[in-house]
Design a protein around this ligand. Structure first.
Ligand SMILES: [Zn+2]
Length: 183
């Protein structure tokens, strides 16, 4: 019994990154890619997956551990079970009753997640849009020509974009904290 679905439901990508890459710096939800070893923050960490915009490494929390630790799928599942105290006893024989109980638990968990997902996607979209606006203005202000009208406009729009970005980020974080408490 591997219980890979339950692992993916219960271990968030970000928690796995913080556990297996302690001290790793996050910037706008991205880290320096541990797979191609780049200097830039290319590897996006989503709630249930990761994607490197440079080397295209991607996957879920189990494949993250597989790649990072250089272990097989089953071993990665065992590591996550052990390190996050999931109590799944992977690889050990289970009784039918245990299997039924596990499945029931998983279905309940999935129902909660499904409801949350729609809201999360909406918040993530808002966050992405706000981040894009803010980052675009930031680039103009940092690298643009101070004499240009584009620069002046960016300077004017910057505080509101920053405010909107921080608001969107706050809503997303609050949601994540709420779902953490519920789940
Ligand atoms: Zn990469």
């Amino acid at each position: 019994m591997i219980c890979n679905e339950e692992i993916k439901e219960r271990v968030r990508m970000e928690d796995a990154v913080r556990f297996y890459l302690p001290g790793e710096e996050f910037r706008y939800g991205r880290i320096r890619c541990p797979f191609h070893g780049g200097e830039h923050f290319n590897c996006a960490i989503y709630s249930a997956s990761f994607f490197c915009f440079s080397c295209k490494a991607h996957g879920d929390v189990i494949s993250f551990v597989e790649k990072l630790m250089g272990v097989e799928y089953l071993e990665a599942c065992k590591m996550l079970d052990r390190d996050f105290r999931l109590g799944l006893n992977i690889g050990e024989p289970v009784t039918l009753a245990e299997m039924v109980a596990m499945d029931k638990k998983l279905q309940a968990l999935k129902a909660v997640r499904k409801k949350e997902n729609r809201e999360r996607m909406q918040l993530e979209d808002e966050y992405d849009a706000a981040l894009r606006d803010f980052a675009t203005l930031d680039i103009i202000i940092t690298h643009g020509d101070p004499e240009s009208s584009e620069y002046a406009a960016a300077l004017r729009k910057h505080p509101l974009a920053k405010y909107r970005f921080e608001e969107a980020e706050g809503r997303l974080l609050e949601f994540e904290r709420g779902s953490e408490a519920r789940g």
